[in-house]
Design a protein around this ligand. Structure first.
Ligand SMILES: Cc1cc2nc3c(=O)[nH]c(=O)nc-3n(C[C@H](O)[C@H](O)[C@H](O)COP(=O)(O)OP(=O)(O)OC[C@H]3O[C@@H](n4cnc5c(N)ncnc54)[C@H](O)[C@@H]3O)c2cc1C
Length: 426
């Protein structure tokens, strides 16, 4: 019997997850990706001055990302992750003081960046969040995370110095602008159910080298095809099949098509399902120093617009006289139009203020992703469709679809798997 044919448009994590599941289910899969490599937003680019690749932006997963880690396991790329054996979250204060949150309650009881009262209130609220049911979380989409946290007795200091260290990067919107439902979902699943789930998984290698080739090989080994530099122009249902027109004029016909495109690209390809979601930018300043600034591998910056700093040298297990630190700035609307020199200088000053020493900034690269994620504001839940459209053979995937999560790698994989289930069940 000939395998049924499915086209997957878009080779980000959502498209890859859908393609792998469909290939495993015996479908003949063709992935069409408009760029030259798979990976979508999880990507890196050539850095001629350093001779390697630089990430478009630092990515973190946590052990709670079970679908993402499951996909990496199937693709054989778990070895490219550096997984914390125990939770270690260093916070660095403006005066350089370092305090680590670990799996020991003592680390929280003595956490110096919150008042005693705030520590108690944060712990109580975290416990409550861990017990929240989906039915309680859904209606919170009408509120900002800050309003909801204030209702839980959280002070502005606790929101700024604790909650926003997690909410702003996860939602790519600060608590003051982000949806309380999306914040609650992420906090419950990543922090509210035991510290093992919160352990960080960092990428040892440039993002473009993590899973793109492994995914292409996985799909090819199951009889599928991955076509890079193949841009989908239009998709339409036609007589019980789906027609997929590429920008060169070629048309493919298949039983099913998974549209795993960013929502604005979907608007051109299949307008009837495109949501009116907005984007939120992420910006990363990659700084190279002539000598080590800090032994910390990854740390949060207290009272700073730089949310997390990644010690790429340590994470990659490199040695050498110098050190590469990458500063991640989420929800970077107010930084987007600033010149790179100014951004790098501000990051350098902030780091030097905290880690006094002789290290000299040798060079920098600022990477900007203006369309990094959809803007996870209140009221977005009804705009995010599930996988099914009104045509049985055309299904949707993408971190922006109705996953219950903000735009994350885990959400993207879940959406791709849901799309594959919708195709197989159609
Ligand atoms: C800088 C940055 C930092 C991030 N940090 C984190 C983090 O720490 N943790 C986390 O979990 N998430 C993070 N994210 C979010 C995460 O990367 C995304 O949510 C996820 O990768 C999106 O996957 P996707 O498959 O839904 O979409 P995408 O990755 O956008 O994939 C869509 C694909 O479709 C392709 N495409 C578009 N139009 C067409 C067309 N017409 N024809 C064919 N192909 C097309 C695109 O080229 C792309 O490859 C970050 C994102 C960025 C940008």
């Amino acid at each position: 019997m000939t395998a049924r044919a499915a086209v997957v448009a878009g080779g980000g994590l959502a498209g890859i997850a859908a393609a792998c599941d469909l290939a495993d289910a015996g479908w003949s899969v063709t992935v069409l990706e408009k760029k030259k490599r798979l990976g979508g937003m999880v990507s890196s680019f050539a850095d001629p001055a350093g001779g390697g690749e630089v990430d478009n932006g630092e990515h973190i997963a946590v052990e709670a990302c079970t679908e993402l880690l499951g996909l990496f396991g199937r693709l054989g790329c778990l070895g490219k992750l550096k997984r914390q054996p125990r939770l270690r979250l260093p916070f660095v204060g403006p005066d350089g003081r370092v305090a680590e949150l670990t799996e020991s309650a003592w680390s929280f009881l003595t956490f110096p960046f919150l008042s005693l009262g705030d520590r108690w209130r944060v712990a109580r609220t975290l416990r409550r969040i861990g017990k929240m049911k989906d039915a309680e979380i859904g209606p919170l989409d009408n509120f900002t995370a800050a309003d909801w946290l204030e209702d839980q007795g959280q002070t502005p200091a606790a929101i700024a110095r604790f909650w926003d260290c997690f909410i702003a990067p996860a939602l790519n919107e600060p608590a003051a602008r982000g949806s309380a439902a999306l914040a609650a979902r992420v906090l419950r699943d990543a922090m509210g159910v035991g510290p093992e789930k919160s352990r960080f998984c960092l990428f040892r290698v440039p993002l473009g080298e993590v899973f793109a080739d492994a995914a292409a090989a996985y799909i090819a080994a199951r009889g599928g095809t991955v076509r890079a530099l193949a841009s989908v122009e239009r998709v339409a249902a036609a007589g019980g099949r789906v027609e997929v027109r590429l920008s060169g004029g070629e048309t493919l016909s298949a039983e099913a098509c998974v549209l795993a495109l960013p929502h604005d690209d979907l608007a051109a390809v299949f307008p009837e399902s495109a949501p009116p979601l907005e984007f939120s930018p992420i910006l990363n300043a990659h700084l190279w120093y002539d000598r080590p600034v800090t032994p910390l591998e990854v740390f949060a910056m207290v009272d700073s617009r730089i949310h997390w700093v990644f010690n790429r040298t340590a994470i990659a297990g490199l040695t050498g006289p110098g050190q590469q630190l990458s500063c991640s700035i989420s929800a970077a609307q107010d930084w987007a139009h600033r010149p790179s020199e100014e951004i790098a200088a501000e990051c350098d000053v902030e780091l030097k203020r905290r880690f006094r020493g002789e290290a000299r900034l040798v060079r920098f690269v600022v990477s900007r992703e203006p369309r990094a994620t959809f803007s996870a504001r209140p009221g977005t839940a009804p705009m995010r469709p599930g996988p099914r459209t009104r045509h049985a053979g055309i299904v949707l995937a993408g971190a922006w679809t109705d996953t219950g999560y903000p735009a994350t790698m885990e959400g993207a994989v879940r959406s791709g798997r849901a799309a594959a289930r919708a195709v197989v069940g159609s």
